[in-house]
Every structure is written in C-alpha cells, then in structure tokens.
Design a binder for this molecule. Structure first.
Ligand code: GLA
Length: 658
C-alpha cells in the first residue's frame, strides 16, 4: 500500500529537503511523485541539462526509504521552448494562441513539442531507468485537463493526416461526414480544418472525429514517452494520472496501455453527495483494468484553491475518502502535494505538510491515515464481486453531446443518475464499455447509447441470450459510428431484442431551464410511479410487455417501461429519464429479476458498504451516528466484530469470511 504525494523540491531551498524526508517518514510516506513540473529546472535552456539536484533528492529519498514515482516533466514547457518554437503553442477555436505563464499550453500534435519532450524524456529515462529508488514512471500530468481541445495550425496539419489515415480517400471522408449537406464537400484533405469558430453548427461527423483525434493526439504523446522509457531499459510500471470520467480522453481505450491506472480525485468537501463522486471514480478506475490495483494519485489533504469558495475538509473526511478508494481496489493513497507551496497560484492549496506546520489537524490526520494504511493486510485487486455493470462509452459521450439534437443531454450526469441510484441501493457495480465481456454480470444498465456500434449491439443481445437482465434507456441505437442515422428508422439493431419500435423522441423542456417551462411526464402502472423528464419517446411495444405507461401529456397511454423475456434473461426499455426515485424503482425491479443483492441489507443511503475480497469496508457519510451489524475481524487490530458504531465519517474495516 503506497502512501505519499506529488513532491516539488525545486520550489524549496535544498536545506529544507532533509526535513522533508524526515517528516515523510513520520507520516508513513512510502512513495512520492517527483519532477512533474520540473522541466525548467532540469533543462534551463535547450542544450543545457542539470540533473545533479535531481540525483541528490532522489538519493536523499532513497536513503530515507522512500520510493520515487518519477515524472517525465513534459506537462509544462518552459518559456525558452515556446519563445524558440512558438508553433508549439496550442490555440483556441479562434486560432488565438495560449501563451506560456500558466501550464499545459503546448499543442499535443506539434512536432516541435514532441521533439523537445522526446529529448527530455530520453535523458531522464536513460539516467534513472536503473535507479533503485524509482518504482514507477509518471508520464506527463493530467493529459488534456485544462486544454480540452486544441485548434492550432499544428492540430490542423495533424488532423488532415489523421483523416487520411482513417478514411484513405477524400471521397470516403465526404461520405462519412455527409458533406452533401450545406455544400460542405471537400475536394482534398488540404481543404479540411479543425472545427474552428464558424457562424453556425459544425458538421457533426467532423465534431465527432475531432474528439477522436484530440484523444488520439494525447494518446500518441503518452505512447511516445512510454516507448522512450522502455527503450531506455526501464522495467518499472508506467502510468499517467486520469481524472475520473473525463470527456476529452478515452480512458477505456488508453487503459490497456497503462501498466497501472492512477486517478486524481477532488470532490467538494461542502457537497454532502461528494462521496458518491469518490465511489464513482473508484468503481471506474477498478473497472478500467480488472485484476490490477490502481492508485489514488492525487487528492487534497484539506481545501483546494481552484473553486470560487474552497471549503476545508471536515474532521475525518480525509480518511473516509481515502479508505473509500482502498475499498474499491486502490493500492496507493497519494496527495497533491507533499509540502504546501509558498508561491504560485496553488499556495492556498492544502498539502500533507501544511504551511501552518505540524501542530495542525491536517498533519495529525495525515499521520493517522498513514498508520491505518500501513496496518492493512495485503488485499486482492478485484474479487469480481460486482454482479451489475453500467455501460459507459466515450465515443457515445462525444456523439450524444453534439449539438442540434431533440434535446441537450449531459451524458455523464445521466450515467451518474443510474450509478447513484445503484449506490443508494448499496449494490456494487462495475463501469465498463459496451463491448466488454458481460458474462460475469447478472444485470447490465445501458443508459442512452445513442451511438451504438454493431459489436456493442451484438454484445447486448448475447448478454440477454445468455440469461442476463438488461436495461436500455431512451435515445439508444440512433446513429452509426459517423453520427449518421442507420437506414430503416431508429433502434434498428436492438428492435428484436427489446421488442419495441421507437417512432419519435418526444423531447421535453429540460429541467435546467427550471420553473414553469420545465416539462415532466408521469410514468405509472405495474407498481411504478415516477416523473420522467428530457425525453418521452413515442414507442410501440410490438413484442414486449408494457410494465408502465405514460400518464397524461402528449404521450398519454404510450409505453413508458417495457420488458421482453428471452429464455432466462430479459430486456427492458425505459422511454424517458426518471428522477432519482424513479431510477430506484426501475433498478429494484431489475435487480429483483436478476437476483442481485445489496452488499449489506438495510443501510441508510449515506452509508456505504464495499467488498474487496475478504475486506468489507463500511463508511458513514451522514450527519448522524449509525450502528451496523457486521460479523468478522477488525482488519487493523484483529478484534472480533459483530456490530460497529460509526460516527459521521466513521469507518469500519472488517475481514469477513465471504
Ligand atoms: C491537478 C494537478 C495538480 C494540482 C492539483 C490541484 O490534479 O495534477 O498538479 O494542480 O490539480 O488540485
């Protein structure tokens, strides 16, 4: 179990370093991420490298028994680089450059950036590949975090090559994008540009491809650095830090090429539902690379600096959030950052070692957490205990959020709606792509798969044929991989599986425009009663049982929720977006059919129970103390346990037989 932080010794005089190492030992730190923003210090000018300071701090850490997650330092090019090679600056959709003076201002597709980054990584990797302190490589930092999309000339040129590679001919590109619409036909790849500022809507196929291209350019940067590290003979695992479900980067695609998944997590301490964000992150990270423990690479020990108002963490919140990650498969709890900065825009961001010193609650909680983590037994990565999967697909995310749709949908919040409902029911879930092997699951929730590939459609049918219980929700199976309608209407691939035909989408005025304009539709019948919003599709149940119908409004009497049994399995279709309680009603029905049980029965919604092998973690995020019955041995001190009393942010770590 790793414990540690980003460590930025270059921000401090060298006299501070030995104290840092001593304090790290006191806190139980086992590993630090070094060099993430050290490019300017390592390479003060193009032909000058200075590694002596880095040798010294790595040596100090090593002597102190602290391992190093060594960064490649490529996330923030120094000013000399962008002055010498201004073509490596990223640009906004007007083509205006992002200048240096902050960070992440580079164009990922820029040959100049890649050349400089490659030279830097080569030097670092060759120097430290065999160093015994280095146990992990940290490529770049939070790819795409600030710079979601780059519209620079470097991106323009790279996009043309990317398209040439994808389509082979400009005729194929024209066909994929449907450019006969609005006279958009291209005569050559050289006529194509990034979707820069335009008077009105861009071509949706182009927007979707630009999302793919953006993720691919960052992926190329990652793989370039990874390959350089390997070519230098390094044998340590390699990672780059993810940010939960992050739209610009297709983590599901990247995961196969990371040895270890790592994640950065910053829920707002003020948000009483923030713990569900932590749960969602953890379940996603575990699911990205089944069987391999992941690392919580960054979190805050207390407040951050980047919200309009930055609440401190409540007493105990830090340990609760950290153990929530361990419960979901994390084998490392790390922070941004070790010592709070004294200058720069993050000086108000908490660190493990606060600016106010060690006579602080933060320091005491940091030290206590280090002890708890150090006392935990070795844990399996993932025992495969989730029997429910929620499908999450990046390409669908990009496509469903293209403009000019019946209504605007926020895909992540819709997926989160289902996730949160399952979480409140204390049912453990995985978050997997629609083409994943679904055979270990009894129930699968497929929210809004607007872009549904043929492989995914076949996978869903196969799951139900094999006895699985599937829930498909509105606005699914609408377009192909180029965001074009398939011929033959909507839902063409899942029509037989679901036994329903979708005639129209029945958009409702969105809740975002709250007040009198907001439209809802009632779904009732068969024990269901809940309001739907956003969509109330006009659906014919041609070969399915209608469990509940729309009650009132334009769709009055039409099917709202249908079921089609197929052998031991069943396929449900929900033609609207339910509220929280509606999602709970639908999931209770689905889980009943699939015989899925909660991890522990009878828990309030602000308490969670998670299983990781023999370790059962129970955490109370509510305002009131709760008693929970659970049999086993306390994982830290070995005492027999039959009932635990949990204060707010209290937790129990119990080794059970099951
Ligand atoms: C991100 C970055 C860190 C730091 C933190 C602050 O996670 O990776 O460098 O800026 O945010 O919360």
């Amino acid at each position: 179990m790793h414990y540690g932080a980003d460590y930025n010794p270059e921000q401090w005089p060298e006299e501070v370093w030995p104290e840092d190492v001593a304090r790290m030992r006191e806190a139980g730190v086992t590993m630090v991420s070094l060099g993430i923003f050290s490019w300017a210090r390592i390479q003060p000018s193009e032909h000058e490298f200075d590694f002596e300071w880095l040798d010294r701090i790595i040596g100090l850490l090593h002597d102190g028994g602290i391992a190093v997650d060594l960064a490649t330092a490529t996330a923030s090019p120094p000013p000399w680089a962008t002055v010498a090679y201004p073509e490596m600056l990223a640009a906004d959709e007007n083509g205006t450059p992002y200048w240096h003076g902050s960070r992440q201002h580079y164009a990922p597709s820029s040959p100049a950036y890649r050349k400089l980054a490659a030279a830097l990584v080569t030097r670092i990797a060759e120097r430290y590949a065999q160093h015994p302190a280095v146990v992990l490589w940290h490529v770049n930092n939070e790819y795409g975090c600030h710079l979601n999309i780059d519209y620079s000339d470097a991106a323009r040129d790279a996009f043309r090559s990317w398209l040439q590679n994808r389509y082979g001919s400009v005729e194929a590109l024209n066909d994929a994008w449907g450019t006969m619409f609005w006279s958009q036909r291209y005569g050559s790849f050289a006529e194509v540009f990034p979707p820069r500022h335009a008077p009105y809507s861009h071509n949706p196929g182009q927007l979707l491809d630009y999302r793919r291209f953006t993720s691919d350019m960052l992926f190329e940067c990652y793989r370039m650095e990874r390959d350089i590290i390997r070519a230098a003979g390094a044998l340590q695992p390699i990672t780059t830090n993810f940010m939960g479900a992050f739209k610009p980067v297709n983590y599901a695609q990247w995961a196969a090429e990371l040895d270890v998944i790592s994640d950065d997590l910053y829920p707002d301490p003020n948000d009483p539902e923030g713990f569900r964000e932590g749960a969602f992150h953890g379940d996603l990270m575990r699911s990205l690379k089944p069987g391999t423990p992941w690392l919580l690479m960054e979190q805050a020990s207390n407040a951050v600096n980047w919200r309009p108002s930055n609440a401190p963490k409540a007493p105990g919140q830090l340990a609760a959030q950290s153990l929530q990650a361990v419960a979901r498969g994390a084998d490392g709890i790390l922070f941004f950052q070790w010592r709070q900065s004294r200058a720069g825009s993050e000086k108000f961001h908490s660190g493990m070692l606060p600016h106010a010193g060690t006579e602080t609650r933060t320091w005491r909680e940091v030290v206590a957490l280090g002890r708890t983590l150090g006392d935990l037994p070795a844990l399996p990565a993932d025992d495969g205990s989730a029997r429910v999967a929620i499908l999450l697909d990046w390409e669908n995310w990009w496509a469903i959020e293209n403009p000019d749709h019946p209504t605007s949908l926020d895909y992540l919040s819709l997926v989160r709606g289902w996730y949160d409902a399952a979480h409140r029911l204390h049912v453990q879930v995985d978050l997997v792509p629609p083409t994943a092997d679904l055979s270990r699951y009894r129930a699968v929730i497929a929210p809004h798969l607007y872009l549904l590939t043929e492989q995914a459609a076949a996978n869903l049918s196969g799951f139900v044929d094999g006895g699985g219980h599937l829930l498909v929700t509105a606005f699914t199976d609408v377009v192909d991989t180029n965001d074009r309608f398939r011929t033959g209407g909507f839902g063409t691939q899942l029509r037989r599986l679901l036994g329903v035909v979708v005639e129209d989408f029945g958009a409702l005025v969105a809740p975002a425009s709250s007040g009198p304009g907001q439209q809802q539709v009632q779904v009732s019948g068969g024990g269901f009663a809940f309001p739907g919003s956003l969509l109330a599709e006009e659906v014919q149940a041609v070969d399915a049982e209608v469990l509940a119908g729309f009650d009132g409004g334009r769709q009055d009497g039409m099917p709202g929720l249908t079921a089609r049994r197929r052998g031991a399995g069943s396929a449900y279709y929900l033609a609207t977006v339910p509220d929280d309680d509606g999602a709970r009603q639908v999931l209770q029905h689905l889980f009943g059919a699939a015989q899925v049980q909660p991890v522990l029965p009878g828990l309030p919604p602000t308490v969670e129970a998670i299983r990781r092998g023999r370790l059962l973690t129970v955490i109370n995020y509510g305002d009131e103390a709760v008693d929970v019955e659970v049999q086993g041995l306390d994982a830290v001190d070995g005492r027999a346990v039959s009932k635990v009393s949990l204060q707010p942010f209290g937790y129990a770590l119990v080794l059970t037989d099951a």
